[in-house]
Structure formats: C-alpha cells, structure tokens
Design a protein around this ligand. Structure first.
Ligand code: SF4
Ligand code: SF4
Length: 390
C-alpha cells in the first residue's frame, strides 16, 4: 500500500511518485551537466555557529554582505519561503591544464577561463530543471541559486552526500576533486533524501595549508579571506596590502594553488569542454594590453565574464601588482601611464610596481609623480617608497 505524504501546498503525493520524481529530477540534472547531485532536508546547518565565529573574527574582510545576512544563513527558508528540500548540484569545470606562464602575462583561476560567467551558465541549467519540475508539480515553489544567496552551500552539499569539506574549506569529491561549481535547487516539495557524507578523505594530508603563499589558513578548515589571493584580487576595492603583494605572484584573478596541490585534484576527471567553452585568451591575460584599456574597451572585452566583478580599476590594480612581481621592464611605459589615473589606488599601485622593477625611466617617473601628487598621504608614501630604490 502506498504511503501518503502531506506536502506543503500540494494535497498528497505518494512515496512512489516522490521516488520517481527524485530519480527523474536527478537524471535531468545529470543530463544538464551536473555530474554530482544529492538531496537533503532544509534545516539549520550544523556549522552555522562556525559561520558566526568566522564572521566575528573578521575573516570576511570587506565582504560585508555576508555579515549583513548572518541571520538569513540560519535556515534555507530565508532563501525560499517554505523550503523543505535542497537538491545540491556539482558542475565539474576542469578542462585543460594551466599554460606555462611568462613575464607580461597574468594567471587566471580555472573557473574563470570560460567565455561566460559561470553564474549565467549554471542559472540557465537551473531554469531548465525548474521548468521541468513545475511541469510535473505545477504548485511547487522552486528557486535555483548559485553563490549569491545566503546559503551554506558546502554544508548542505556534504549533507546531501556529494562531497566532504576539505582542510582548504572547499568541497571535494573523489572523482572530480574540488574543480566543480556548486549550485542548489530549493523547493517546498518533499524529495527522497540521500545519505550524508559522513567521512572526509583528507587524512593526514596538509598540502593545501602548507602551499598557500599568503598563509591564509589560520588552522585547518578555516580560511582568513582577507589574506586569500582570490579575495584580494576579486573582492577588495582598495589596494592590495604591500606586505602581501609579493605573495600574489602571477595571479591576476583568483588563485588555484590550494587546489592544484591537492592529491584529489591530480586525478580529477575532465569536464566537458562543449558545456564550458574555455578560451585560451582568458587562461592568461596580457597585462600590458590590459593596462592600456580605457573603460569602454574594458567593458567591451570582458562583458559577461567574471572579470567585471573587480571592475577595470581592480583588474588594472592586479595587473600592476603582477607586473611588479615579475619585474617586467617591458611594462614600464604602461605603468608610467597608470601614474596619471584619477584613482589614487591605481597611482599608488603603479608606483609600487615601478619601484620594484627599478628601471631608471620608471623611478624618474615616480619621482616626478611624487612632486605633483595632489593627495597628501599618497605624496608622503611615494617619498617613502623612493627611499627603497637601490
Ligand atoms: S586560493 Fe590561494 S591564497 Fe587563497 S587560500 Fe588558496 S592558496 Fe591561499
Ligand atoms: S590538499 Fe590534502 S588536506 Fe588539503 S583539501 Fe586536499 S586532501 Fe585535504
């Protein structure tokens, strides 16, 4: 005899129907490229208090939107009213290996190599899943999310059995490592739950912790975002602190180091290139060309990509940092041009880079800029900086 379940705004669904619905939903998700999918119940995340401690420690830095929504993280019903179930999804994105980097080029984290922002790519697929589910159960409430909603996605993904949270704080799967986008489909429907991931597979490994160039992990499973290159190159609005800038190395946008060293990523399966369309020109970016871009060219070149998040100012700042780290003499004329930008942050970063490169023309340009600098604080800083020139 079929057991009858009461579902929020749907009179009755039999267990048979719920099982079939869950199976078909997962099959559709797989067909759309979500190689990982699992179902879990909407409940307060067990690590909610850890999020609060993390926010209180100031590890979120300038990402104030996280702090402002701390209450909303308490339950998925803040994201979807009446939410009962989450379908957690993983979309693998490892396609090629990173190219050898050369002076004048900046490295880009793998997730941003594609011709469009992954949020758009994933939302397209979530919309298709939602449309299918609405057709099956027209009264269902459903919402697809990628990143932007107040939801502890990794925690729910672990509860849905699609991976474990590693010491580098990322979700890991034994087939795909950590190279996958996480998404969720929230619904007020009841679906059949999967068993949670009970066990992690980091063991005694601590490769990610030891490899991080900025020591962004105060301890395993905790990330101080304010020291993370991904945060510094994408989320921060101001300068990258001079004491960390060297450690940014060649990373123009994001950082993959704590993923590249992970043994689970060494053997991670490749993702379908046809689903992602990675571009060679995005795997590493010509930094001098980037410095020469005005606003209109920047917008035209990067429309619909994640590079618009730090905006032109952030990307030019990052480019100057990398060129300084590379001590790239070819970049001196473009960096001198940057000294005339209206944003003090860009003038300061250009000066730092020119002093690192220490080419005579660049140092002379910083000396001249120091005399003409209208901002008192920056003028004093440029004077201090010039004392470091050998
Ligand atoms: S992304 Fe880079 S900087 Fe950030 S924690 Fe990982 S290794 Fe460190
Ligand atoms: S590098 Fe080692 S410790 Fe870090 S996430 Fe991978 S397996 Fe876990």
């Amino acid at each position: 005899m079929a057991i009858i379940l009461l579902v929020t705004n749907i009179p009755f669904l039999t267990t048979k129907f719920v099982q079939e619905l869950t199976d078909q939903l997962k099959a559709n998700a797989m067909r759309l490229g979500f190689a990982l999918c699992g179902v879990t119940v909407a409940a307060q995340p067990t690590r909610y208090s850890k999020l609060i401690n993390w926010l209180d420690a100031g590890y979120a830095g300038q990402m104030r939107y996280l702090d402002e929504r701390r209450e909303a993280y308490r339950h998925p019903s803040s994201v979807l009213d009446g939410c009962r179930t989450l379908l957690m999804l993983g979309f693998p994105y490892r396609t090629h290996e990173p190219p050898q980097n050369n002076s004048g080029l900046g490295r880009v984290a793998r997730y941003a190599w594609n011709d469009r922002d992954y949020h758009d790519l994933i939302h397209d697929r979530l919309r298709q899943l939602k449309a299918w589910l609405v057709e099956k159960v027209p009264t269902a409430r459903i919402r697809g999310i990628v990143d932007t909603a107040p939801l502890l996605e990794r925690e729910f993904a672990e509860a849905a059995g699609i991976g474990w949270v590693g010491k580098n704080t990322l979700l890991l799967d034994r087939r795909f490592g950590s190279y996958f986008f996480l998404a969720a489909l929230l619904t007020d429907l009841e679906l059949v739950h999967d068993a949670p991931q009970e066990k992690g597979y980091c063991g005694t490994c601590r490769a990610c912790l030891d490899a991080c160039p900025t020591q962004a992990f105060p301890r395993p499973f905790v990330l101080d975002a304010t020291r993370c290159i991904s945060y510094l190159t994408i989320e921060t609005k101001g300068e990258i602190p001079a004491e960390i800038a060297w450690e940014v190395g060649e990373w123009l946008f994001g950082c993959d180091i704590c993923q590249e060293v992970c043994p689970w990523n060494r053997k991670a399966e490749q993702a379908s290139q046809s689903q992602l369309n990675p571009l060679d020109s995005f795997k590493q970016i010509d930094l001098i060309e980037l410095l020469r871009m005005d606003d209109a060219t920047f917008r035209q070149s990067f429309r619909g990509t994640p590079f618009t998040r730090p905006k032109r100012a952030g990307m030019l700042r990052n480019a100057a940092v990398v060129l300084g780290n590379q001590q790239c003499e070819d970049a001196v004329p473009a960096l001198i041009q940057l000294l005339s930008e209206s944003e003090p942050m860009l003038r300061a970063t250009a000066a730092e880079a020119l002093v690192k490169i220490a080419a005579p023309a660049g140092v002379l340009a910083v000396q001249n800029a120091a005399q003409l600098e209208p901002n008192d604080q920056l003028r004093a800083r440029l004077a201090r900086l010039l004392k470091l020139v050998p």
